[in-house]
Design a protein around this ligand. Structure first.
Ligand code: SF4
Length: 169
């Protein structure tokens, strides 16, 4: 399976969720959190599709790229898993860099919180980290063993909650 931004995000949230998603066990359609996030993404800043470009690199889709100012824009429902959001945007910057587009920054907008998070242009250290994420993801998703339930606060709103806590595979 090709690494994409969703897998990068899930790697930073829960390795079990990453494995389940990558191995075709999908529960997102049952999640109100996912639905709400999608709605926010679709209804916030509706004029941005006219201002920004949609870019696809090796199957990785960047919805809103401001080519003039070299900024990737991303909208998120909340800041609760901010590290994963930053990693996702860093992955977009990495894919752009691979295509020779350097010095791109990111802005993650949280309409509900009325906040924005700036993602700096990648340093060589950041690039090394992204490469390590890709290798780790590959190892996790190709394993025949599903990682254990993490028993964390983030489990409750997770779309796999019922699945994880009624049966462990
Ligand atoms: S319920 Fe918890 S352990 Fe299960 S996939 Fe979601 S975050 Fe991971």
């Amino acid at each position: 399976m090709q690494i994409n931004a969703t897998l990068i995000n899930l790697y930073h949230v829960c390795h079990r969720e990453l494995w389940l998603h990558a191995n075709g066990v999908r529960m997102e359609h049952t999640s109100e959190v996912v639905a709400e996030g999608k709605l926010i993404g679709e209804t916030t800043y509706t004029d941005r599709s006219q201002k920004f470009t949609e870019v696809e690199i090796d199957g990785v889709k960047i919805d809103f790229y401001d080519a003039k100012n070299k900024v990737v824009h991303e909208v998120k429902k909340s800041a609760s898993v901010e590290k994963a959001h930053i990693a996702q945007v860093q992955y977009y910057l990495y894919k752009l860099k691979q295509k020779g587009v350097d010095g791109v920054t990111g802005i993650i907008e949280y309409p509900k919180l009325k906040q924005r998070e700036v993602v700096n242009a990648l340093t060589p250290h950041d690039v090394e980290a992204v490469v390590r994420w890709e290798q780790a993801i590959e190892a996790i998703i190709t394993s025949s063993i599903c990682p254990n339930v993490i028993r964390a606060k983030i489990c409750k709103p997770c779309s796999y909650y019922d699945f994880c806590y009624s049966t462990e595979i």
